[in-house]
Design a protein around this ligand. Structure first.
Ligand SMILES: CC(C)(COP(=O)(O)OP(=O)(O)OC[C@H]1O[C@@H](n2cnc3c(N)ncnc32)[C@H](O)[C@@H]1OP(=O)(O)O)[C@@H](O)C(=O)NCCC(=O)NCCS
Length: 149
């Protein structure tokens, strides 16, 4: 299966919102939040395209904390029928490259502590767990991960 990674744009809002709802329950971003993320100048949004479908997408925000600029992965989603084809691996790889091109040398993200698929993915891509955030997702806790790019 050939997958091309391309920049996402606001014309894909309905499709990306549908995928977000397929991938998350209560934690899904609203349409308004996705609109903001697709249009904010500080974000990078990419889609994974197959011949006929959008297989998934990723959005990162560029942030600064204590004088360190870092990329923050806000959401990554792959539709159920395209999972385990390395779509997420490609999306993360490409967004990391784009962050590096902007001079950013660190990527951070949160993951629900029981989201084994995502934790395995991040471990495979050399993200390190550096902390835990209590009640980050309502009553569920998050692991906080970082990677040096
Ligand atoms: C997590 C998610 C993005 C992974 O997408 P994907 O395209 O299937 O991931 P990849 O094919 O790139 O997986 C790469 C590696 O990650 C690990 N991995 C991915 N999914 C896994 C699963 N369900 N179980 C175990 N390991 C898994 C494996 O090591 C895999 O390599 P392998 O297939 O050679 O064993 C996808 O399952 C998803 O969209 N889930 C719902 C949304 C979500 O949880 N997003 C993350 C929020 S933090």
């Amino acid at each position: 299966m050939e997958v091309k990674i391309e920049t996402a744009n606001i014309k894909l809002l309905d499709t990306l919102y549908r995928i977000e709802q397929q991938c998350f329950d209560q934690e899904a971003f609203s349409k308004r939040q996705i609109t903001y993320l697709l249009t904010d100048y500080n974000t990078i949004a990419l889609v994974a395209k197959t011949d006929n479908d959008i297989a998934g997408f990723i959005i990162a925000q560029m942030e600064v904390e204590e004088n360190t600029e870092f990329g923050h992965i806000i959401t990554i989603n792959v539709t159920p029928n395209f999972r385990r084809y390395k779509v997420a691996t490609k999306l993360l790889g490409e967004i990391e490259n784009l962050l590096k091109q902007k001079g950013i040398t660190e990527c951070r993200l949160e993951v629900r502590e029981d989201n084994n698929a995502a934790i395995k993915l991040y471990q495979a891509l050399c993200y390190q767990t550096v902390g835990k955030i209590e009640n980050y997702y309502g009553k569920k806790h998050a692991l906080y991960l970082k990677k040096t790019l």
